[in-house]
Ligand binder design. Structure first.
Ligand code: TXA
Ligand code: MG
Length: 318
């Protein structure tokens, strides 16, 4: 069924077929996942990959995540290992991305993985994307559906705001439950978290029964997505703020400024998962309301707070 935006569609059998047809023709589509909306295209098709980079204005040096229905499909393209098997079994489908070595005969177009010999693979959980992945016979290269360095979309309408009618099809899968991007973990050597997410270091350590490290801002940039400028709402962001300046939008955690103008709580009851899920929604809301600056109070650096701090630190650098 069509709604007021002529390229946003609710999901049904007809739209599923339309989506598959589109993807088969190397077109790209705005698709929901449990983390954020993605801009998906055939990972084996040069044309699709080129369209994705062009629409996002993404540097060709920043590789894309390749999405599969299950690990059996991924075996065509990646070499798996024991750490992968354990984490897959425990978390997938779910909000985690694995960096693995690429098979020499993989059909993933080299542009999609920025000519690296590694690939980022993910097995998303959202029902709609799983239905699509089950029906097509190629994986989907799918970065977040935003212009490079901007805030990821968490609603179909956010995707529309990024690309307007430049994409033919956006599927409305409701608001993304998790609301920030997947945890990215490099499994090519001893496991390292490259991008923190809702699935945290402690949980991963429990599953692997060993200590792991972060390599988020290491000198040697393993993931070009670790570039400084990222997640920018398009206005200045100041973090670890103690004092309200009287005119900015102020983002905080808790209930202290309930109903007070210009104050936006990420979570009234200090739930850090809820806070993460509200972050991009509130960034976009603040921008729409016309504020010129965002101040953010201190966010505890534990659990999902680590992922929140990662995103807001980078937003503050843009
Ligand atoms: O939750 C998510 O992961 C969303 C949804 C749509 O699945 N996707 C997403 O994609 O966030 P994107 O392109 O916005 O972020 C992909 C991240 C980037 O930081 C990129 O540099 C990193 O994954 N990446 C991709 N391939 C890599 C590789 N071979 N080695 C290291 N990092 C890689
Ligand atoms: Mg992104």
């Amino acid at each position: 069924m069509k709604n007021s935006y002529s390229n946003i569609f609710s999901f049904n059998k007809k739209i599923l077929n339309k989506t598959i047809k589109n993807l088969n023709k190397s077109n790209v589509a705005g698709l929901p996942t449990e983390t954020v909306y993605g801009l998906g295209g055939n990972a084996y098709s040069k044309i699709s990959i080129q369209k994705i980079y062009k629409l996002k204005k993404r540097p060709l040096s920043n590789p894309l995540i390749i999405h599969y229905h299950n690990f059996k499909d991924a075996l065509n393209d990646i070499k798996i290992n024991e750490n992968f098997k354990k984490l897959y079994k425990y978390f997938c489908p779910g909000p985690i991305t694995f960096i693995l070595e690429k098979k020499y005969n993989s059909k993933i177009h080299p542009l999609a993985s920025a000519k690296l010999n590694t690939v980022a693979v993910r097995f998303p959980k959202h029902k709609i994307i799983r239905t699509i992945l089950k029906e097509i016979d190629f994986p989907l290269a799918m970065p977040s559906a935003n212009k490079s360095s901007k805030v990821s979309p968490v609603k179909a309408k956010d995707v529309f705001d990024e690309f307007k009618k430049k994409i033919q099809l956006i599927i409305d899968g409701g608001i993304c439950k998790i609301g920030i991007e997947s945890t990215v973990i490099d499994l090519t050597g001893s496991p390292k978290i490259l991008r923190p997410g809702i699935i945290g270091k402690n949980t991963i350590e429990k599953v692997l029964k060993k200590k792991i490290k972060y390599n988020i801002r290491g000198k040697k940039i393993k993931s070009p997505g670790m570039m400084k400028k990222h997640y920018s709402p398009g206005i200045p962001v100041l973090i670890n703020q103690k004092k309200y300046d009287g005119k900015s939008a102020f983002i905080y955690l808790g209930n202290k400024y309930k109903n007070k103008r210009n104050f936006f709580s990420l979570s009234r009851n200090l739930d850090l998962n809820e806070a993460a899920s509200n972050l991009y929604k509130i960034f976009r809301l603040i921008k729409i309301k016309g504020y010129k600056k965002i101040q953010i109070g201190k966010i505890p650096n534990l659990g999902s707070g680590i992922a929140i701090n990662d995103r807001i630190q980078r937003a503050s650098k843009s």
